[in-house]
Design a protein around this ligand. Structure first.
Ligand code: XMP
Length: 507
């Protein structure tokens, strides 16, 4: 087993996920854990994660220094890399920031074994180690960061300033594999049997009571509801039509749950409520909060109604790990990036107990679990769609006209992606509507309409993302169709921003 210490970075849980992917069990612990407690576990290696603070800040996280003397290999990543240097007598300072892709020049190293002399890595930091502790040597540098990787082979302590766990560090898995080898861990962990374990847990938790669950048709709520249904047929699925859905979505979702044999499925038409509350609202977080609140109200009303007829005690949710970390619910230390409404204060208010069977998993694990459960590929490969829906893809104020334009444009883009086979090759792709207008010429007349932005990204977990290199012909065809067919749209742009620094959604 490998123990990962979480300093509140966006990626701490992802590190554990990657280690498990390599076939070794990994567990996350708080920085306050003592060396003595770790000694009692079967820890064969320790990874110190990244984190948003600076090691030299007052009250910054630190560790029991004895962790570095346990004799098990230690790998520091980003904050962890800086913390090891700081604790052992090196020097860390505020330095030139690196966000995104960098080129790492590698030297002779146990940790970087098998890598080329130049490697693409993904960095996200503002501090750097500028002096190493005694006994350490530099094994990798980038243009801005001279000590981007170091090691002390005698003590088996290693550090990397970049993130080997993210997909965009091309050979990050080789680095983690090398670390697992250095630890001497056996590769015996697998996802097989996870469905049975989770179903048994849910059965034990809910007993004979009923569960209510908000579903969206997305992969997470789908897999979670199928799991819960296998544990108890007494599940009531509720789908809220917020008026902020994609074209045809409401009908598709109802059909899907019907095909899957769910007996209790209700669609609530709440379009009027959501749109009236969002009228004139322009600030992104305010929009998210309004939607979250309206959602709770609509949902609560339904719960009260169903409670009159059934013994509903539980609320099922398809929350996955990144939802929690991006809403800063994990260690309470990560910065709030966006308020995701699906992790709000729902259960306490409704006096329901929460079932979140997927809360430790990443999207690719959820899809794998869905396959194990026998859900069709077509449903599992659906792109993620945010809870607040098109509201976060229409910049600033939302109006019925803008929703209509965006739905039509998005429909065309999705259709072209599916036809060309690029839907499956991208993590997520959608159209967004900017808050400005541009002049165009249609026929011989002047047109003045909205600007559509197309966004398509590749990613493994939405924690980082790169813009998808779609073929020019596909983009051109989409742009032509949109400007020709969608009344009110005069121009189409393609977004080439990575995450970080951007996010996937617009608001
Ligand atoms: P961002 O925009 O934060 O998105 O880079 C990361 C992933 O999360 C999705 N997303 C949401 N999902 N409720 C959700 O269920 C939300 O409020 C929400 N906001 C963003 C987004 O589509 C992407 O896949």
């Amino acid at each position: 087993m490998i123990t990962v210490i979480d300093f509140g970075g966006q990626y701490a849980h992802l590190i554990a996920r990657r280690i498990r992917q390599l076939g070794v069990y990994a567990e996350i612990k708080e920085p306050t854990i003592k060396a003595e407690e770790i000694r009692k576990t079967e820890t064969e290696g320790i990874i110190l994660s990244g984190g948003p603070k600076s090691v030299y800040e007052k009250n910054a996280f630190t560790i029991d220094k004895k962790l570095l003397e346990l004799g098990v290999p230690v790998l520091g990543i980003c904050y962890g890399h800086q913390l090891i240097a700081h604790l052992l007598g090196g020097k860390v300072v505020s330095a030139n920031k690196e966000y995104g892709k960098e080129t790492l020049q590698t030297g002779k190293s146990e940790l970087l074994k098998g890598l080329a002399s130049r490697e693409q890595v993904w960095a996200s930091h503002g501090d750097a180690v500028i002096k190493l502790p005694e006994g350490f040597k530099t094994t990798g540098s980038t243009q801005e960061c001279k000590i981007a990787a170091y090691e002390n082979p005698a003590k088996k302590i290693y550090g990397v300033q970049f993130h080997p766990e993210v997909q965009h560090t091309t050979n990050g898995m080789t680095i983690l594999q090398n670390f697992v080898n250095i630890c001497g861990s056996k590769r015996t962990y697998s996802m097989k049997g996870l469905d049975k374990r989770l179903i048994a847990e849910i059965k034990k938790q809910v007993g004979r009571h009923a569960t209510i669950m908000g579903v969206s048709g997305g992969v997470d709520s789908l897999v979670a509801s199928v799991l819960i249904r296998k544990a108890t047929p007494n599940i009531h699925c509720v789908f809220v039509d917020t008026g902020l859905l994609r074209k045809g979505e409401k009908e598709e979702v109802a059909q899907l749950y019907k095909e899957l044999g769910f007996e209790h499925f209700t669609t609530i038409d709440a379009r009027g409520l959501f749109l009236s509350r969002l009228k004139g609202v322009t600030e992104p977080e305010e929009k998210r909060k309004i939607i979250g609140k309206a959602f709770v109200e609509v949902f609560e009303k339904k719960v009260e109604e169903l409670k009159g007829k059934h013994d509903i005690r539980f609320l099922g949710q398809g929350t996955i790990y990144p939802d929690r970390i991006e809403s800063a619910k994990s260690s309470g230390q990560a910065a709030v990036i966006k308020t995701h409404h699906n992790v709000g204060g729902l259960p306490e208010k409704m006096k329901l107990l929460l079932i979140e069977p997927l809360k430790e998993l990443y999207k690719d694990e959820v899809r794998e679990l869905g396959r194990i459960l026998g859900i069709e590929k077509e449903h599992l490969n659906r792109h993620p769609f945010p809870g607040p829906g098109l509201a976060v893809r229409i910049l600033r104020e939302i109006t019925p006209e803008k929703i209509k334009i965006l739905q039509e444009a998005d429909f065309i883009f999705t259709e072209e992606l599916k036809k060309s086979g690029y839907y499956e090759k991208t993590w997520q792709a959608f159209a967004a509507l900017l808050d400005s207008k541009a002049v165009g010429v249609m026929g011989d007349a002047r047109a003045y309409g909205y600007i559509i932005a197309l966004r398509a990204v590749t990613s493994l977990d939405a924690m980082t993302a790169d813009w998808a290199r779609l073929p020019n012909e596909l983009l051109e065809k989409t742009a032509n169709r949109i400007t020709k067919k969608v009344k009110g749209a005069t121009r189409v742009l393609y977004d080439i921003t990575q995450k970080p620094p951007a996010t996937i959604e617009y608001e």
